[in-house]
Design a protein around this ligand. Sequence first.
Ligand code: PEP
Length: 252
Amino acid sequence: MRRKIVAGNWKMNKNVIDAQKLMTELRDYKNNNTTNCEVWIAPPAMYLMMAKDIFEKDEIGVFSQDMSEFESGAYTGELSADMLESIDATGSLIGHSERRQYHGENDESCNKKVKLALDKGLIPVYCNGETLEQRKAGQHLDVVKTQTETALFTLSAEEIKKVVIAYEPVWAIGTGETASPEQAQEIHAHIRGIIAQKYGQEVADEVSILYGGSVKPDNAKEIFSQPDIDGGLIGGAALKIEDFSKIIEGFN
Ligand code: PEP
């Protein structure tokens, strides 16, 4: 059975007091409610250790928003897979579109990061998705295919099963515009099909593929009910317990 996941990407939001408050609310919510999915968060890097302290029973997965493609050394400002492993983090987001847009991330560097994360026992959440121009030009299926192949297809079958993919159309991130459940399902099935062609259906059926892009309490249930959608990567709506918990309940 594929894992079902709701993951919150906090991006560059919240000071330490507000971060501690939301983590505590989340922990209490998780401990007092039955959830039908795993709950993960990716807070800013400086709050990762605080998250590990607050979620002391590992009831919520703790992810960084990015990690370096290098093992260690003179890379100012970077965070290594080794550091994440040493605090017992769950994994890292890799290739988020904002990292691609503002920090020159590409699928070649994602490939290195995914491999490094796996080598350290971390779960890579590999993000991909087309821009609005690419969708308008009818290139979305090809774009996502190339991204997936470049970033992931050097992995073994055992390795790719451990990767979580987040399909996030760039035009739907933080814009309030959401892919329709049918549009998202089409791409998710397409990604699973590409993986099946290379690794076989059994392997492809084990890879969790999340949808990201303006998921909100009122559209989560319908999106998550699609056969190839295994949960969501949530930005803005992960910043308030009321919204995030309702999205988690999209699996109830
Ligand atoms: C994201 O940042 O991954 C995201 C999906 O953001 P939002 O939910 O705000 O569109």
